[in-house]
Design a protein around this ligand. Sequence first.
Ligand SMILES: [Fe+2]
Length: 310
Amino acid sequence: MKPSCKRKQRKSVLFEASWGSIEVASFNLPLRVLRIAIAGDLHGSWFPHDHALLMKLNPDGVLFVGDLSDGDIGILKAIIKIPIPTLVILGNHDRGHDHSGELIKTQMKLLGQRDCGWKLGKWNLPEISVVGARPFSAGGGYYLSPEVVAAFGEVSLEASVQRIVSAASKVPQDAPLILLAHSGPSGLGSEASSPCGRDWKLPSIDWGDKDLMIAIDKIRKIKRPDLVVFGHTHHQLRRNLGYRSTFAKDIWGTAYLNAACVPRRGRDSSGEHLTHFSWVEFKDKELKHVSHRWFRSDASLAYEERLLDN
Ligand SMILES: [Fe+2]
């Protein structure tokens, strides 16, 4: 059963007439807590029990940060069957190995409105706006692979920034704004353990996307993004370096969440299977909660790492 997540707000209504205005009625409006589940890099790990778990959790929206697979259409067919508002940004692994760009186009066509790469997401959750960053990114500043060039043509860094900013310029001022990316922005640190740090070889450097960083700076002048969600740089670090820092907040109040828990499967001490989702909640149009959650198959919460809880 979905937890109780509504509280009542008393609202007055003024009736205006030529002789003045009077309060004629008052009623209670529910203020919803909006709950968003975020699936980190799947890398092929999406099965019927994931769908069943998601149905039990019943969030208000679902986000996928990409690297669903290496071009397996079957996973996309499963994702488009999710009857909850869902948006997807595709990652570098989703390019597959098709240099013609046709596999990219096929996946985008299959996702339809669920694909929000370089555009404002269209989903049945108007209380939250989602803008997609550059799709199929492999991080590392700015680089377009041959597959991406084949599908989209040459797109300069400046043009990519403009696409993201243009999409964000269409969002309403009074709704929270999430930026959905595969690779996070540059500027979040250059350690291996930084949210977008390169851990797989030395030297450790900032592996974030420059176009996204510039876009965020420009979008902030229109409307401050509440949250930037991304994947790509996995939580568990290579070279036995431990685990990555997965959450940050900048001086302007924008939160950054790395959702790339890979593998997204685990077991508790009794051997029961657990599944990871990152989890965010908005209340009164503000980001109130960010966590990594591990669920049992019955949707009970086995473990939670709280990153923000206002
Ligand atoms: Fe990736």
